[in-house]
Design a protein around this ligand. Structure first.
Ligand code: UD1
Length: 311
């Protein structure tokens, strides 16, 4: 048996990856997801070609048979969000660190071809220099960032000690269709979309001039697939970003322009654990993995808005 598995495959990024894998020729994809934050409806269009396992990644005995013999496993399942990890650190510690360990252990035991691990740009913290390059010293500012960094260390160690091929990708603020805007911990672009459609003001934490490398979900999915195939990169970590950087004020401005409306943002106190600026140095991903992001921010925002309108 040689198949592809996506943990967190019912989530916003995971389901985009499942669709991309099916589009590039995988006959079926196995998904591991508790459906706590993921949604079965995210996979509606492709449900006939998806084997959904409602399994917790901390449960080795349940994960092992699903990943056994897989050609590639994409490990995205996590409890995301910087502020959530500060408000309640234990659940995210347990899932993001212990769960990730069990996924790697099951993959090593099951002789999986390669694991692509979803790491986070938050591991960089506030660097003195932008853009942020892989060789820079990590400086996590939140439990979530520390947990995701620990996952990278395990990815490397499973490669060096247990012969499991692994590649870690540090995702930079991913956005796009299906991102859930309903929680206070939701990604800012999904919150912007909801506000724009409802005609309400978003609240920006701080002055709104913090910047992010907003990366369209399909570009990240495409890079994940490249990382699963490129020979000679096991044990490595690469940035998964677009290479640009926009402030929250600029993004909200752009969205109002696209929509032809004027809805001034509100401003609140800065958020604990927040990174000030974030921008990926994409050179290593471009030259070694063939990363080729296709979506400008404006194009990505237009597509995302179109989805929110019709869903
Ligand atoms: C972080 C990580 C990212 C990770 C993600 C998971 C960084 C640079 N990025 O994203 O790699 O995958 O967590 O959740 O650390 N904001 C508002 N108003 C709101 C909500 C958010 O102003 O209502 C602000 C935040 O304070 C932050 C920015 O928007 O400055 C982006 O926040 P968010 O979308 O939550 O993502 P990050 O925390 O940047």
């Amino acid at each position: 048996m040689s198949h592809a598995v996506v943990t967190g495959g019912a989530g916003f990024i995971g389901s985009a990856l499942v669709r991309a894998l099916l589009a590039e020729g995988e006959p079926r994809v196995a998904v591991i997801d508790t459906l706590l934050s993921g949604k079965e409806s995210n996979l509606d269009e492709v449900s006939g070609r998806v084997d959904l396992h409602r399994v917790d990644i901390r449960d080795y005995a349940a994960v092992a048979p699903v990943v056994k013999g897989a050609s590639r496993v994409f490990h995205l399942a996590a409890i995301p969000s910087v502020p959530k990890s500060i408000a309640d650190p234990l659940p995210s510690h347990d899932v993001n660190i212990n769960g990730t360990f069990e996924v790697f252990r099951a993959c090593a035991d099951g002789k999986v071809g390669r694991v692509v691990y979803a790491a986070s740009s938050s591991a960089y913290g506030d660097t003195e220099v932008l853009p942020k390059a892989e060789a820079m010293r990590p400086d996590p500012l939140s439990p979530y960032a520390a947990q995701k960094l620990m996952g990278e260390h395990y990815a490397r160690v499973f490669s060096s000690c247990f012969g499991l091929e692994t590649v870690a990708l540090r995702y930079f603020n991913v956005y796009g269709p299906r991102q859930d805007p309903s929680s206070p911990y939701s990604g800012i672009i999904s919150i912007f979309m909801k506000c724009l459609i409802e005609g309400t003001s978003p609240t920006l934490f701080g002055d709104g001039n913090q910047s992010r490398d907003f990366t369209f979900v399909e570009d990240v999915a495409a890079l994940c697939i490249k990382a699963s195939r490129t020979p000679g990169v096991s044990g490595r970590m690469f940035n998964a970003g677009n290479g640009n950087r926009y402030t929250l004020n600029q993004v909200w401005e752009t969205l109002q322009k696209i929509e032809g409306v004027s809805i001034p943002a509100l401003y609140g106190p800065p958020r604990a654990g927040d990174v000030r600026d974030s921008q990926a140095d994409t050179r290593a991903a471009v030259s070694e993995l063939g990363h080729a992001p296709k979506f400008s921010l404006e194009e990505g925002l237009r597509r995302t808005l179109a989805w929110y309108r019709t869903s």
